[in-house]
Design a protein around this ligand. Structure first.
Ligand code: CTP
Length: 467
């Protein structure tokens, strides 16, 4: 288990200095689970910073990053990030995640950790090298796939409420069960999440979203009441209204199914976010119409308008990734509409124009959006989407709309008619684009140039060499 050369180096060093030392936490867990690891946490009964400096000297003066405030130090060695920390005893204040820290023993340090599976340590001391120190039987929880806190869960979660998110994240990533008392304690302590920064919360939420089956985490977030606090717009998707015997589907369960479907086909975090938000406009747009039943008219548009505010509050990046999610939410009904109507070339061209290079992701999400239990319906939808994909391919090969660049530039228009920048230039450019999308002309220079001349004549413009 301790094959990496760093362990022998450390072991020799602490032997010489008469110190006590362990490898602890995530590394031990992941090695036992046979998961790949990049981080090693070294625990020393004494100063982590000093040990790191000594190790660095020994392996050829590599750079040590010292975090004085935390009493920790880190160095890189043979593609591993090795962190050194002195064993600690911690007590927490009510309104802060920052503990009051004192030096402690190995047992003190294991007590203050989040889960039994994260509290196991391997000895690096010569006489006991490689022995597992596991006071809370973490190894059994690892085998039984259980997330459990070493101490009373109320205390562990209240001490550091980020651990509530971590519990749910590990349960999702590892496909483990959160033990019952722990689950209850999360529900009881949920309001303590308010002392955790949005950045920390989103880090964990993104790990849930990137898991193999993210719905597991969202069910737990909902069940414990955390979802309502950290992501209230999403909570509002839950529930079913019934009127005159007509019910709509539960959009929470529908959405997490769509998310799982996307997760099965793509690792793209932002495509997964788009799946998560595709119906976010439904609660706001929900209406009951006696003839048709429940409707959500405009939820695509309203939903896309909600994306920016949600990203800002959750501290997600506000650049191109956000715009990509907005676009996919806005367009998510278009392939369905296309597949239900007659698939006209111009409708396909317009979709290609608006989706651009994200068309394949949009199609993937729309296929994932089919969660009906009616097999015949599913088959019908999938056949229709196949037709849409075929049409998209044909039209793209013919008209190259995906990366649409106006075949006649504004500059050419200005030069031809001796114009400066003015409204007419925009009108002509737009008319050329519309003519291409409608299929009146092909997407090439010659046809666009002739169309420009015709349009200009209508506007009463003359070529500058005719003046
Ligand atoms: N830890 C804790 N409470 C936290 C965060 C971490 O008790 N809120 C402890 C756990 O023992 C954990 C170790 O610190 O194993 C290292 O934490 P970290 O590197 O954040 O997580 P890992 O468990 O290594 O897992 P991952 O890398 O997947 O986040």
């Amino acid at each position: 288990m301790l094959k990496h050369p760093i362990f022998k180096i450390i072991s020799d060093l602490v032997e010489k200095k008469g110190l006590e030392c362990y490898v602890i936490g995530g590394f031990v867990r992941d090695v036992l689970l046979k998961r790949p690891t990049k981080d090693i946490d070294i625990l020393i009964i004494g100063s982590g910073i000093e040990l790191a400096k000594n190790v660095a000297k020994r392996i050829g003066n590599v750079k040590v990053n010292v975090f004085k405030n935390f009493g920790t130090a880190m160095l890189h060695y043979k593609d591993m990030e090795v962190e050194f920390v002195g064993a600690r005893k911690e007590s927490y204040r009510k309104n802060s995640r920052k503990p009051v820290v004192e030096d402690g023993t190995l047992a003190d340090d294991q007590n203050r950790r989040d889960f039994t599976i994260n509290s196991m340590a391997y000895s690096l001391n010569k006489p006991t090298f490689g022995d597992l120190v596991d006071p809370f039987n973490g190894i059994k929880d690892l085998k039984d796939k259980i997330i459990r806190t070493p101490l009373d869960p109320n205390r562990t979660y209240s001490d550091d409420p980020l651990r509530m998110m971590r519990a749910i994240r590990f349960a999702t990533e590892l496909n483990f069960k959160i033990e019952n008392e722990s689950l209850q304690a999360i529900a009881e302590n949920k309001n303590r999440i308010s002392i955790v920064s949005a950045e920390r919360i989103i880090d964990e939420l993104n790990k849930v979203i990137l898991a193999h089956k993210p719905s597991v985490g969202f069910r737990l977030l909902e069940q414990t009441g955390l979802l309502e606090i950290i992501f209230p717009e999403f909570q509002k998707l839950k529930g079913v209204d019934v009127k005159e015997d007509k019910a709509h589907k539960d959009n929470f369960f529908h959405t997490i199914k769509v998310l799982d479907n996307v997760a099965g086909r793509s690792d793209n975090l932002w495509l997964r976010w788009a799946a998560l938000l595709h119906d976010i406009g439904k609660p706001t747009t929900k209406r009951y119409e006696p003839e048709t039943g429940w409707t959500f008219h405009g939820h695509d548009y309203i939903g896309s308008k909600m994306v920016k505010g949600i990203f800002r509050r959750l501290k997600l990046p506000m650049g191109n990734n956000m715009k990509y999610v907005e676009k996919l939410v806005k367009l998510h009904l278009r392939p369905i509409v296309l597949s239900q109507d007659e698939v006209t070339d111009s409708a396909v061209r317009r979709l290609l124009f608006e989706a651009g290079n994200d068309i394949d992701d949009l199609m993937l999400m729309c296929e994932a959006d089919i969660t009906s239990k009616n097999d015949a319906k599913v088959k019908q939808y999938l056949t229709n989407f196949k037709l849409v994909r075929k049409k998209l391919k044909e039209i793209e090969e013919k008209d190259a709309i995906r990366n649409f660049q106006p075949p006649v530039s504004g500059k050419i228009i200005m030069n031809t008619f001796g114009l400066g920048p003015c409204q007419e230039v925009g009108v002509i450019k737009n008319a050329i684009k519309e003519a291409i999308l409608e299929g009146e002309i092909h997407n090439n220079y010659d046809e666009a140039y002739n169309f420009m001349l015709k349009k200009a004549r209508e506007l009463g413009l003359r070529k500058s060499d005719e003046n």
